[in-house]
Structures are given as C-alpha cells and as structure tokens.
Design a binder for this molecule. Sequence first.
Ligand code: DAH
Length: 342
Amino acid sequence: MKEQLRQLKEEFLCLVEKVTDPEALETLKTEFLGRKGKLNAIMKEMASLAVDERRLVGKLANEVKEAIEASYGEARGKAEKAKKAEKAGWERIDVTQPIIPERGTGHLHPVTQVQEELEDLFTSMGFMIADGPELESDYFNFTTLNIPPTHPARDMQDTFYIEGYPGLVMRTHTSPVQIRAMRKWGVPLRMVAPGRCFRNESTDPRHEHTFHQLEGMVIDKGISLAHMKGVLERVAQHLYGKDTKVRMRPKFYPFVEPGVNGEVTCFLCKGEGCRLCKKTGWLEIFGAGMVHPSVLREGGVDPKEYSGFAFGFGLTRLVMLKYGIDDIRHLESGDIRFLKQF
Ligand code: DAH
C-alpha cells in the first residue's frame, strides 16, 4: 500500500505539469482526491491492516494528500495568472529569445550616463560611492543637517510628506547621505552619493518634482577650503575642458559654514556672456561649503579634531547644460523620441 501511495503522488506530480487550464486542473484534483478518487480507493483497503501498520500508512496518506494539494495550488496560481494575462492581451515575452538586431538594444538614460562619468572621475580620486534611501526620515533630511523643525530654512525646499507617516518625507536633496555615511563609515571619509530627489514644485521648463543630484563629502584632519576648491576645479575641468575656471561666492546653506555657490565659466561663450549663461559668463552648477560643526557632531565626528567640506551638484542641471536641453520635464517623461537622441 505504501508503494501504491508513493506512486499515486508521482503520478499526480507528473500529470499536473502538463495541465495549464484551471478547470482541467480542478478535474485532475478530483480524480485523485475526490470522494470517489484514487486516494480514497487505496484508503478503503486500510481496514484490513494491523493497527500499527494502519497508523504508518495513514500518516503517509496524509503526506501524499498534502503534497498533491500543494502542487495543485501552485499550478492553479500559475494557470490563473496566465489566463488573466492572456485576457488582458499581454504579450508573452520569451526572455531567452535572441534580440532582433534591427530593433536595437536601447541605452542608458542621459542622466545615468553623466552620473557614471562622474562616478568614474570621483573613484579615480579615491572617493567611494554611497547610497541613501529616497524615502527619508524628516530627521535625516532636515534636523541632522542643522534645519530643526521650526527653522525658516525649511521653507527653502518644499517637500512631499507621506500620508499616515508623519516622520517620513521624499528626500529633497542628497545631503542626508552625509550623515548616514559618517555614521556608517566614520572618518576619514571621502564619498559621493548620486541619486534622485523630490520637491513639491509647480512644474515648468526649469522646475520638476523629480530630479537628480550628486552629493560629495571629504572629512579628515586639516581639510580646508583650498582642498575643496582643488577638487571642484578638477571636476569642472573634467566636464568642460582644461581652461574652465571655478568661482565661489558666499551663499547660505544651513549645513555648511561658510557656504558657497559654485559657478564655472560658461563653456559655450567661454566667459564672454551669451544666452546660456544669461550674459554673465558664468554657470551655476553646485552648492558647497565647510561642513558645519553641528553636522559633524550629528555624524559622530569630533569637530575639534576633524574638518571637511561637502558639495552638491545639480546632476540634472549638468545634463541639461551638456546637451542643451531647454525643458527639464523631458528628462522624466519617458518619451522615447526624446531619449533616442542620446
Ligand atoms: N543640498 C543643497 C540643495 O539641495 C545643495 C548643497 C549645498 C549640498 C551645499 C551641499 C552643500 O553638500 O555643502 O540645495
């Protein structure tokens, strides 16, 4: 009898593989587990067994029944899904099929291309690449960066709050990764963190709810503004050529002191003044500064011993400048006619 039970299970497992229609699966199950089914037919003979033997066979019969039910459930789930997909008219995609060369294989998004180019540059200078969550805590996005709940600086970045989760926001900048990185890796630290950011903007050619930044941070003993300028000049020259100059002017950011607004000579007019640079000869591409002592402390770093600088590039802005894109909304539109140009 035990052998019969085992065979019954094997038979079902073998048959169930071949059936893809939900109704046919049901019929198959009834054939095996129904009142007049095959399993019951075997069980009828159990009465003739000795008590001990009956117990063993009963246990095995249960196991067989469970195995059959489980594989039925799995097959049924698959069959229903397939049927639904077919009804909805989804095409079946065979991922093992070789590509059709005329159709091409697509390529990386222009933002990803520029991001990877910068990642290469920064890793060549000994920076690590860090990552942080897009759904960030209010605490990391603002408070640890020297922007407490009632501080007017919160008005600088209009935020998406999450309904039902008062402590969470869609991060408005990549700067919270500064704190995460200090806490995780300690000092000395050299990292860049590219990523998506979100703001509650009324969208227009220059504003978008979703955009990209690239954050950077260097902390060690004796780091000064001169190091900062050196690194940022190197980046600017990599992007726009050897004769590119960087100028920094004071600007308030709560998490740095002093804070600066960084500009590079316009690559189009070489500083003469044109439409792109609005006749100024300069293009604003980053914010930066010496990390504020209270931000260092939030990261678990002693500001008496260590100093550092941080910077944030508008990655989306770099891409727009590089390719002469005049409307930021193209970048997140997913419009294939736009994307094909890069
Ligand atoms: N987080 C700032 C923003 O989104 C940019 C920024 C400014 C980043 C100065 C920095 C910095 O690291 O030092 O506007």
